[in-house]
Design a protein around this ligand. Structure first.
Ligand code: KG4
Ligand code: ZN
Length: 358
């Protein structure tokens, strides 16, 4: 059973083909990705209309590339999976529309996959795949959630952010420091040269006793710190014309402090979720899962407490088609695909809680 997966929920067009025959973990036969980051950089964030138009341009050439990698033709595809949500409505419609058009043309079923289910299952494609049950820390640009995962389609929400997502906190802090979009990778690179203890940043809800997060206050704290440093910068003709009065070291220190605050909360709450559920296995998925400090701290805690932490391969941390094809493959193996034939009628789900997926 070969499944083509199409991801188009935000600013990456991803296509992949997996072989989900048998009961082993589905095997990746090919995958291709186009990131729109460069296109959106000029605007400091994702422009939804531009994202949709670019998905239209990319999705078929990427599909051709994937089939060429696998040495197969369109007729080798047994089913098609696409991201149905959550995400940008227009962007989701492109991938979903193409998936259904292919389904009708080839006479194959089409399955709408939850984007976060893709992220959550993506470590199954790594060299060190997890086994159920586990706690999942989902940290992307739009979501920060802790889920209890008992099997494919068995997801229970343990806690989530009450305002900004962790990725958003990275992106907004980075923007305040004049770094490009997306801010997470840039901020984390800058933080390598900074002192995380140079300035104090809040760790909201750290001791709240529940598994919820709050990151909206962090950007205010970063803004306040940046303004304080800017005021303290020496006035005069040599610097007054500069738009950026912070020294490189001050910027690196702010970046390191903001990153440490986000990571501390993520680590503490993940460990609390393991303790609350009695589970000993953590899966980290979503773009922020690529963060080196987060990985370091989780690995250190895991070694100390005898816990296991699983991550997707770095290339599959951010959005991609492989995780969508994989999720559909695992659902098929678990008997959770309904096998609906494509009729040409479809919808998308821009807002769709993962806990509703069964
Ligand atoms: O999962 P993802 O690719 O897209 C969504 O579904 O949102 O996550 C994107 C987010 C962005 O906020 C980006 O800044 C963040 O992941 N990110 C990182 C790193 N790489 C990506 N944040 C911190 N450190 C990184 N190395
Ligand atoms: Zn994502």
């Amino acid at each position: 059973m070969r499944i083509l997966g199409i991801e188009s929920s935000c600013d990456e067009t991803g296509v992949a083909l997996v072989d989900a025959s048998g009961s082993g973990v589905p095997r990746l036969l090919g995958h291709a990705l186009h990131s729109q980051i460069e296109m959106h950089q000029a605007y400091g964030g994702v422009v939804p209309e531009l994202a949709s138009r670019d998905h239209i341009r990319r999705v078929l050439p990427l599909t051709d590339a994937v089939l060429a990698q696998a040495g197969l033709g369109l007729d080798a595809i047994d089913a098609i999976a696409c991201t149905r949500g959550p995400g940008l409505a227009g962007a989701l419609l492109v991938g979903t529309g193409v998936a259904h058009a292919l389904g009708v043309a080839l006479g194959r079923p089409v399955h709408g996959v939850h984007h976060l289910e893709g992220h959550l299952l993506s470590p199954f494609l790594s060299a060190d795949p997890p086994s159920f049950p586990f706690v999942a820390l989902l940290v992307s640009g739009g979501h920060t959630q802790l889920m209890r995962v008992d099997g494919v389609g068995r997801y229970a929400l343990l806690g989530e952010t009450i305002d900004d997502a962790a990725g958003e906190a990275f992106d907004k802090s980075a923007k305040l420091l004049g770094l490009g979009y997306p801010g997470g990778p840039a901020l984390s690179r800058l933080a390598e040269h900074g002192d995380p203890a140079a300035y104090k940043f809040p760790r909201p809800l750290l001791h709240s006793g529940d598994l919820d997060f709050s990151f909206a206050g962090l950007k205010t704290a970063v803004l306040t710190q940046v303004k304080r440093l800017a005021r303290a910068a020496p006035e005069g003709p040599a610097t007054s014309h500069l738009a950026d009065p912070l020294s490189p070291q001050e910027k690196a220190d702010v970046a390191a402090g903001a990153q440490a605050a986000i990571v501390d909360v993520l680590v503490k709450k993940s460990l609390a979720a393991l303790q609350a559920t009695g589970l000993r296995r953590l899966v980290v998925a979503g773009g922020v899962g690529a963060n080196a400090r987060l990985r370091e701290q989780l690995n250190a805690q895991a070694a100390r407490q005898g816990l296991r932490v699983h991550y997707p391969e770095l290339a599959l941390c951010t959005d991609n088609g492989a995780m969508i094809a994989l999720a559909a493959g695992l659902r098929a193996q678990a008997g959770l695909l309904d096998g609906a034939e494509a009729t040409g009628r479809f919808d998308v789900a821009p807002r769709w809680p993962l806990a509703l997926v069964e």
